[in-house]
Design a protein around this ligand. Structure first.
Ligand code: NAP
Length: 260
């Protein structure tokens, strides 16, 4: 993979202002890729990232406000995207909800509530579907490309309070397979990248963050937590020609924690 192998291509990613999404934004910009990304409330950070990418990485970048709790609003965001960019090659569904929106979804089993679970489904599965549908219409026009959903090993390993997210990550990984089966004829590959616990704001919001961190370091043969940049290589790989026959899969990057 050459240094600027993505020059002239465009990535659209949800949730590019923090954590894993921000790390992916920079990994693709280093490859020369133009970057469209979304934010929910971090407008100042979004503007700073756009300016930094254009000034210091020499790529085109724009940021758009999106609420994944209203998946159909993706359509309006893509209309704005069309005003700014003339092609789309890659889409990554990365944004995730936290805080009030996950009350009743992020809880021990006996305290789960339908509303919280439904919210996580909307933000994880329904938002992936609409974002990927709109992406596929555009990626088809350039002869093909790649779509990725971020996932997590909370569907493989018991993680306290995480059943709402874990079950919806399992669901989105299956949706990825269905999308891959139907979009292959357009030369669009669809995969998931599943991470073990990564040290981001989302994880720091866990009430038992310190316990999780200690446990992950103990479990990993590599004796450390994941860093946001640990998932970027797989995303770049899945968008490069080197992975041209890879579709409908989940790549697990967990520091070896799932086998312990
Ligand atoms: N952290 C982990 O341990 C871990 C492990 C494996 C996989 N993952 C997955 O990786 C992805 C990113 O996780 P992260 O830990 O990097 O998350 P994060 O640090 O909490 O960042 C969340 C991102 O989503 C945006 N966002 C929040 N609420 C939103 C809403 N209602 N509508 C649209 N965008 C919204 C945020 O924008 P603002 O800055 O504007 O709020 C931010 O850019 C998620 O899919 C997550 O499940 C995480």
């Amino acid at each position: 993979m050459s240094e600027k192998s993505m020059t002239g291509k465009t990535l659209f990613i949800s949730g590019g202002t923090r954590g894993i999404g921000k790390a992916i934004v920079y990994a693709f910009a280093k490859k020369g890729c133009d970057i469209a990304f979304t934010y929910a409330s971090s407008v100042d950070t979004a503007n700073e990232i756009v300016a930094d990418l254009e000034t210091n990485y020499g790529v085109k970048s724009r940021a758009y406000k999106l609420d994944i709790m209203e998946p159909l609003t993706y359509k309006d965001v893509y209309k704005e995207f069309d005003e700014d960019f003339d092609r789309l090659d890659f889409f990554i569904s990365n944004a995730i909800i936290s805080g009030r929106a996950v009350v009743g979804g992020f809880a021990p089993f006996m305290r789960l509530k339908p509303k919280g679970l439904t919210n996580i489904y909307t933000a994880t599965v329904a938002a992936f579907v609409v974002g990927a549908q709109e992406a596929a219409k555009r990626i088809e026009l350039v002869g093909g490309g790649s779509i990725i959903s971020m996932s997590s090993t909370g569907n493989l390993v018991y993680t306290p309070n995480y059943s709402g997210h874990g079950t919806n990550k399992a669901a989105v990984e299956t949706m990825v397979k269905y999308a891959a089966a139907e979009l292959g004829e357009k030369n669009i590959r669809v995969n998931a990248v599943s991470g073990g616990p990564i040290d981001t704001d989302a994880l720091k919001a866990f009430p038992n963050y310190e316990v999780v961190k200690t446990e992950v370091i103990k479990r990993s043969p590599l004796s450390r937590m994941g860093d946001a940049t640990d998932l970027t290589g797989a995303c770049v790989f899945l968008c490069e020609n080197e992975s041209s026959w890879l579709t409908g899969q989940t790549i697990v990057i967990d520091g070896g924690t799932s086998f312990q």
